[in-house]
Design a protein around this ligand. Structure first.
Ligand SMILES: [Zn+2]
Length: 414
């Protein structure tokens, strides 16, 4: 019972906090042979234990105190000892599996077509529950100790975690042949002083983000040639367990991570700039899945707009969602008349009052006004001079981001 109360209290507390994950890298050059072996063994045993849990009729029946598990070797099962995996880790693996199964179940209920969880032949993430239980940090010496391991492991990047952050769980991660710890932290939400400013955002396929202040943001991180080449190469291997195939798979993973990181970097920076400078962030809750199914699928995947929308929802001081059915393209923000636009019409001209503007900017303006109106936030106090200064500040900040194209109406292709 006490446990339940404690958990409820934590849930309440977390609502007032924001979560941030820090990645620290285990310094391999300082790793003893013994520790390296131990780490590899941990991942191997985690896989064995995961597969054991999955093989149970009911995951809840999995025994987290178990010391020996059956492991399928070719066609027969052999017993393997779990020497490095601690019961806290086993518990966390079991919980993780249970959660995946539950979410699969609820997807199924909602009529999604889903597959079954498969037995794994590699696990790259081990949950470390609770600081000072399954893992220990030393900020002065920049080390981490994992339960069951003798050596305190030197890590890189621990200094990036601010002192006032509360440290929760962590994950031990294996990426290609390096090891990382993802440390999950919480901090109290501070009511940052952001002036009464607002922005509307229109998402698109050609121009990813168009802002109501006239700024347009374009970016594409396509799958690299190297990745495509590796994909083809890996397909061609006949022997499933060839050493070269494994090497190429690692290379592909590395290349894939590089692309994913580029995308993540762009996403974080854009969201950061918008949420730090605008108190009210208005956007339509787009159905990205429907876009993906359409002819722009690849492009959307290359940009990760879905991720940007979900980040805006969580990180804005006041996120304002406007219904995806709101006719932002058709509406005239000046007189309220509606007019259908052809796909190729890039400029909106109102039949009624002659209001003229770029199609996407006008949409963003409509989204902003609709959002503010629905939230009963007055707009008429605005000072156009300060708005202008803010717009140019934001423009300059966005311009510093690598791999994106930022423009104001005139400078981008019309
Ligand atoms: Zn009009």
């Amino acid at each position: 019972m006490n446990n339940i109360i404690a958990r409820k209290l934590t849930v309440e507390k977390r609502k007032l906090q924001t979560c941030k994950v820090f990645e620290v890298k285990i310094d391999k050059s300082k790793l003893s042979q013994k520790s390296l072996k131990h780490l590899n063994k941990l991942f191997l045993e985690a896989k064995w234990f995961y597969n054991y849990c999955l093989s149970q009729k009911n995951v809840n029946d999995s025994n987290t105190k178990i010391k020996i598990v059956p492991v399928k070797v070719k066609e027969v099962f052999e017993n393997r000892k779990l020497n490095t995996l601690r019961s806290g880790m086993k518990q966390a693996i079991k919980t993780r599996l249970f959660n995946s199964l539950s979410s699969l179940k609820s997807l199924k209920k909602n009529k999604h077509k889903i597959g079954k969880l498969q037995f794994k032949n590699r696990i790259n993430s081990i949950p470390l529950k609770q600081l000072n239980n399954t893992y220990y940090l030393n900020f002065d010496k920049q080390t981490i100790r994992i339960q069951g391991m003798k050596q305190k492991l030197k890590v890189i990047g621990l200094k990036q975690i601010p002192e006032n952050y509360e440290i929760a769980n962590a994950n031990l991660i294996r990426k290609t042949d390096n090891y990382y710890i993802h440390i999950i932290t919480f901090q109290n939400k501070v009511n940052e002083i952001i002036p009464e400013t607002s922005i509307g955002i229109d998402f698109g396929c050609q121009t990813q983000l168009t802002l109501s202040n006239g700024i347009k943001i374009e970016f594409q991180i396509p799958i690299s040639k190297k990745l495509k080449k590796l994909d083809r190469k890996i397909m061609k291997y006949n022997r499933p367990k060839s050493k070269n195939k494994y090497k190429d798979q690692l290379k592909r993973e590395k290349e894939y991570n590089k692309i994913a990181n580029k995308k993540k970097d762009i996403r974080n920076k854009i969201v950061n700039i918008l949420t730090k400078n605008y108190k009210y962030v208005c956007f339509q809750d787009e159905n990205i899945k429907a876009w993906q199914a359409g002819r722009h699928g690849k492009k959307i995947q290359n940009t990760g707009i879905g991720g940007i929308i979900s980040d805006l929802k969580h990180k804005s001081v006041t996120p304002i969602k406007v219904s995806r059915f709101f006719p932002s393209t058709q509406l005239c923000p000046n007189c309220g008349t509606k007019r259908k636009l052809k796909l190729e019409e890039r400029t909106y001209i109102c039949n009624n009052c002659n209001y003229t503007n770029d199609r996407d900017i006008k949409s963003a303006i409509c989204i902003e006004r609709e959002g503010l109106k629905n939230s009963k936030i007055p707009v008429d106090y605005r000072n156009s001079k300060t708005e202008e200064i803010l717009t140019s500040t934001v423009f300059n900040l966005l311009n510093k981001i690598d791999n994106i194209k930022v423009g104001k109406l005139e400078s981008l292709s019309q």
